[in-house]
Design a binder for this molecule. Structure first.
Ligand SMILES: Nc1ncnc2c1ncn2[C@@H]1O[C@H](COP(=O)(O)OP(=O)(O)O)[C@@H](O)[C@H]1O
Ligand SMILES: [Mg+2]
Length: 279
C-alpha cells in the first residue's frame, strides 16, 4: 500500500493521473461550477495542481484534506479572492454557469455577489444587524431602497435568524453570539441572491449546538443554492454533504458521492485520511 508520509516541503504531490477521479455528473442538469485543469501558484510555490472536476448544482459539496493541502486556496480561486494576494498566478479555468470566472468580461464585484463566501471566524461588519444584511443589496443596487427592509427580512429568514433578531435589528452585529453572527454572515451573503455559497470551515469556531444549527440550515439552503463547504470534521462532511472531494498536497485525489467516498474510497490515501491515519 502507499505509504503516506508527513507533509514534505514540496507543496504539490506527485501526479495522480492513473487514478480514477471521473467527475460526478448528477442528474440535476449541468454542474454549477466546472473546474478544468486548474493550477495555482503563490510566487514560485505551486499550491494547486491539475484540479479537474464538476461541482453539482443545488447540492452540498464537501472538501476535505489535511491542513495546507489547498482547500482554502481552491475556494478563494472560485470568487477570485486570491487575486488580492501579490505574486499569485493560475493556469486552467473555472467556469461558473458555463462562463469562465477569469474572462475579461467578468466583473469581480458581480462575481462575488453570485458567489457568496462565509469564513471560519464570523466576520460581521461593525454595523447594525440590519445594515450588515442590507450592505450587499445597497452596494449592488439590487433593489429599490424602499424594498430593502423586505429583502433584509427575507435573507434573515432564509438564514434561520429572523425570529432571534427581529426585535433588535438596530443592535450592533457584534452583540450576537458566535453562532448567530455566523448565520448573520450567511444572511449577508444570501441577501445578494448568490448562486453559490462557499463556506470555509464555517463551524470551526462554533459550539456543537450552533454547529448543528448551521448544518440544518445548509441542508435547507441546498434546495436553492449550490454549497461548497471546507471542513476538517469528517462527521460533518458525511452528515451534510452529497459529494465529497479529498485534497492532498495540492491535488484532488478523489471526488465522489459522499456515501461512496466514505464507505468505499478508491484511493489508499483517501482511506488513510478518513480513517484518521494521518492529517
Ligand atoms: N497567502 C499565501 N501566501 C503564500 N502561500 C500561501 C498563502 N496562503 C496559503 N499558502 C500556502 O498554500 C498551501 C495551501 O494552503 P491553504 O489553501 O490555506 O490550505 P488548506 O486550506 O487546505 O489548509 C499551503 O502550503 C500554504 O502554506
Ligand atoms: Mg484552509
Amino acid at each position: 500500500m502507499t505509504v503516506v508520509g508527513p507533509m514534505d516541503r514540496r507543496t504539490v504531490g506527485p501526479s495522480d493521473r492513473g487514478i480514477s477521479s471521473a467527475p460526478v455528473r448528477p442528474s440535476g442538469g449541468p454542474p454549477v461550477l466546472d473546474v478544468r485543469d486548474y493550477n495555482f501558484w503563490y510566487g514560485p510555490s505551486q499550491a494547486l495542481a491539475d484540479i479537474t472536476f464538476a461541482i453539482p448544482r443545488r447540492a452540498i459539496t464537501a472538501l476535505i484534506g489535511p491542513s495546507g493541502c489547498g482547500k482554502s486556496t481552491f475556494l478563494r480561486s472560485i470568487n477570485r479572492l486570491n487575486e488580492l494576494i501579490p505574486r499569485t498566478r493560475h493556469t486552467g479555468d473555472i467556469l461558473l454557469e458555463g462562463v469562465s470566472v477569469f474572462s475579461r468580461g467578468t466583473d469581480v464585484v458581480a462575481l462575488r455577489r453570485q458567489v457568496g463566501m462565509v469564513f471560519q471566524q464570523p466576520n460581521p461588519f461593525p454595523k447594525s444587524i440590519f445594515d450588515n444584511v442590507a450592505y450587499g443589496p445597497r452596494l449592488n443596487g439590487l433593489c429599490r431602497s424602499r424594498d430593502i427592509p423586505e429583502r433584509v427580512e427575507q435573507a434573515l429568514r432564509r438564514a434561520a435568524l429572523w425570529d432571534e433578531v427581529r426585535d433588535r435589528l438596530a443592535s450592533p452585529a457584534t452583540s450576537l453570539s458566535g453562532g448567530q453572527q455566523q448565520r448573520l454572515c450567511i444572511a449577508r451573503a444570501l441577501a445578494n441572491e448568490p448562486e453559490v455559497l462557499l463556506m470555509d470551515e464555517p463551524c470551526s469556531a462554533l459550539d456543537p449546538g450552533a454547529t448543528q444549527h448551521i448544518e440544518e440550515l445548509m441542508v435547507e439552503l441546498k434546495q436553492n443554492y449550490s454549497i461548497v463547504i471546507v471542513t476538517h470534521n469528517m462527521q460533518q462532511a458525511s452528515r451534510v454533504s452529497d459529494y465529497t472531494g479529498f485534497f492532498y498536497l495540492g491535488r484532488l485525489i478523489e471526488f465522489e458521492a459522499t456515501k461512496q467516498l466514505f464507505t468505499r474510497p478508491r484511493d489508499e490515501r483517501t482511506e488513510a485520511y478518513i480513517t484518521g491515519r494521518f492529517g
